[in-house]
Design a binder for this molecule. Structure first.
Ligand code: HEC
Length: 116
């Protein structure tokens, strides 16, 4: 039983990576899904932009609500696209967002910056 499970898991992992490699632009969500703020965008910002961009943080800009993020999304994308360590790079002093996360932010715009 354990062996069967092991083989199944290995096959799944293999298929997963194969699917990823064949896809030039990494996209975790299927193209049919519209990206929404609540489900997709908020968790990315909450993970990488805390604590600076939330109430009590060092930045005057708060990326903790739909309206603010929607209003600034083009400059947000611009900043996270910069090379890590360069001027204006965000997250400041942090690690560059994954290509998947950046792709989600872009898709949010093309999908019409929906809230839910
Ligand atoms: C370590 C603290 C810190 C983290 C983490 C951080 N920021 Fe910032 N951010 C700042 C500070 C301070 C400023 C104001 C100075 C500046 O513009 O560079 C700023 C400014 C910005 C601006 C410019 C806003 C404007 O209207 O000019 C954007 C956009 C931005 N951050 C996006 C992000 C995003 C997106 C993340 C997460 C991926 C993030 N930041 C993570 C500290 C941080």
């Amino acid at each position: 039983m354990r062996v069967v499970l092991y083989i199944l898991m290995t096959a799944l992992v293999f298929l997963f990576f194969k699917a990823c490699n064949s896809n030039e632009k990494p996209e975790v969500i299927s193209p049919a899904d519209k990206v929404t703020y609540e489900r997709d965008v908020k968790p990315i910002l909450a993970t990488s932009c805390v604590p600076c961009h939330f109430p009590g943080g060092i930045s005057p800009y708060k990326w903790d609500n739909y309206e603010a993020v929607k209003y600034k999304i083009s400059i947000i994308i611009d900043r996270v696209n910069k090379d890590q360590g360069t001027k204006n790079f965000m997250p400041k002093d942090g690690t560059k967002l994954s290509p998947e996360s950046i792709a989600i932010l872009r898709k949010w715009v093309t999908d019409g910056t929906r809230e839910k």
